[in-house]
Design a protein around this ligand. Sequence first.
Ligand code: UFG
Length: 345
Amino acid sequence: MAVLVTGGAGYIGSHACVALIQSGHNIVVLDNLSNSCRASLEQVSEITGVKFPVVIDDVNDRAALDRLFTAYQIDAVMHFAGMKAVGESCELPLTYYRNNVAGTLTLCEAMKDYGVRTLIFSSSATVYGEPLSNPITEDFPVHATNPYGQSKVMVEQVLHDLVQADALAAVPFWNIAILRYFNPVGAHASGKIGEDPLGIPNNLLPFISLVAVGKLKELSVFGGSYPTPDGTGVRDYIHVMDLAEGHVKALDKLTDEKTSSGCHTWNLGTGNGYSVLEMVSAFEAASGRPIPYKIVDCRPGDIAECWADPSKAESELGWKATRGLMEMMEDTWRWQSQNPNGFSK
Ligand code: UFG
């Protein structure tokens, strides 16, 4: 099976490339390198011992997609390419809708024209907004509070509409998985690939890692009086390799003859929630470094707590996260301490 991996040079995409290759798939990567670099793909080849085609182009560029689908026989697409910073999306809504929504439309148009039916889409737990309760199941209502989240909600709607339209066709075409990620963290156990955000990180674990290597002075803990056991926000952190393996399981499921069309949604999380302060302590234990922090005001738009009910993915995909909190921390630390400047050596 040849899988096109859009955004394959990015954090989650590069780990998915490793998981795909190690489960015997051929891959072709498409990435515009807007928030990633080619070095991550060289490392993927080093980890797996496999070289693969890399196309530096944009999912928004239909002519580029035509060239790609003509040059390579693609059987399925994993669509990671997209922008993901909540704050930035509030400043640049057009950029977010262009990249995340219009980019997916262009990709789906090209897939349809070239007869590629199988799509695995990177969605996010952000589509649940502030959940009414935890854990969250896939049938909870979806809504968004910022353009990033809205772009995920909109694409999910488009994908459902494609399958809806299939019901009217003589032969259904689309075969789609929507994967709703909780909070991906960690790195490949080799320490060769990991998260390398541009500038000051927005997300918790990349920020803590840079404090640990001395590049940032202290962590600001956003909010200390949430209605949670220690007052700080609680999230469902999932190891990026568990997440990557979940994609391969979803691909297996979609290409299994019994489920050969439709649109399926699966949460990818662990089902466990950890607070910000628990994350700080676990990282200190894994790294042996102190993480100075101060508690500051809540970050606008943040919710108190959110964790997944991952049982649907377990029963339908035979997938379950297996890596615990310490493994997430140790792998993050290995990546960060071996590559204090990320991919720019
Ligand atoms: N946090 C801090 N200080 C920081 C950064 C984060 O205290 O410097 C706290 C947040 O307030 C929150 C927790 O750490 O309680 C996790 O924050 P992240 O920014 O790492 O992650 P979010 O849960 O806010 O959002 C992430 C992704 C979104 C995705 C969402 C899905 O960034 O894209 O998970 O649950 F939609």
